[in-house]
Ligand binder design. Structure first.
Ligand SMILES: Cc1cc2nc3c(=O)[nH]c(=O)nc-3n(C[C@H](O)[C@H](O)[C@H](O)COP(=O)(O)O)c2cc1C
Length: 189
């Protein structure tokens, strides 16, 4: 058997998404941050681990947030949203050259430039003293027409979502189709 190297208590579950969390603060000012420590934990639920950020305060205050998927077209903007806090740069969304509209479903902003966005209400926030775990319930998913196929379904190939490579701190594009779920394994039945 090939030799293996141990890295200790370090996770590199792949893919880690690049989620852009959109919120409003107490004055209705929009904020957005980059979060990789999250994912979908059921058909209608998502979970994210957040440290103490402006976004974290906003989610607890408004009990709502949006989750857009960073795409290959907006790598620089998405990384910027993870480098700068609205506590120091209140107009970080504008500085990133991004635009927002109100969600029709929750009290949170939808960022126009990202083609795919989930709108969530807060179900729970488990405070761990240094931030906590957010669990949200999905109330709507919206997609720009540019990423729909001829039948009106979402085509992830057109979205070109990016993932966070925590082993090397790279952003990688989520790529090609290599198989069919619930089907290809049947070849071994
Ligand atoms: C690739 C990347 C992934 C990140 N993932 C997370 C995360 O999962 N949880 C978290 O609390 N912060 C994460 N951050 C840091 C926040 O995005 C960053 O602190 C941001 O400035 C917070 O913005 P805010 O204070 O305006 O809310 C990440 C940053 C980057 C660049």
């Amino acid at each position: 058997m090939e030799g293996r190297k141990n890295f200790g208590a370090k996770g590199v579950i792949t893919p880690l998404p690049v989620l852009i969390i959109g919120t409003y603060d107490e004055n209705g000012n929009p904020d957005a941050m980059n979060a990789a420590w999250g994912g979908q934990c059921g058909p209608r639920h998502i979970t994210i681990h957040l440290s103490k950020h402006k976004t974290t305060e906003n989610i607890v205050l408004k009990k709502a947030f949006t989750v857009a998927f960073a795409d290959a077209k907006h790598v620089v903007e998405s990384d910027y949203l993870g480098l700068v806090s609205a506590n120091k740069v209140p107009d970080k969304i504008e500085k990133a050259g991004l635009h927002v509209v109100n969600s029709e479903f929750v009290d949170a902003p939808v960022i126009c430039e990202y083609p795919l966005t989930i709108e969530c209400k807060l179900l729970s926030f488990q405070d761990d003293g240094n931030g906590g775990v957010v669990i949200g319930e999905i109330v709507n998913l919206s997609a720009s027409e540019s990423v729909l196929d001829e039948e009106g379904n979402i085509d992830l190939g057109k979205v070109a979502p990016i993932m966070f490579d925590s082993a090397k701190n790279y952003y990688r594009v989520v790529g090609e189709v290599v198989g069919n779920a619930f089907k290809d394994g049947a070849a071994l039945m």
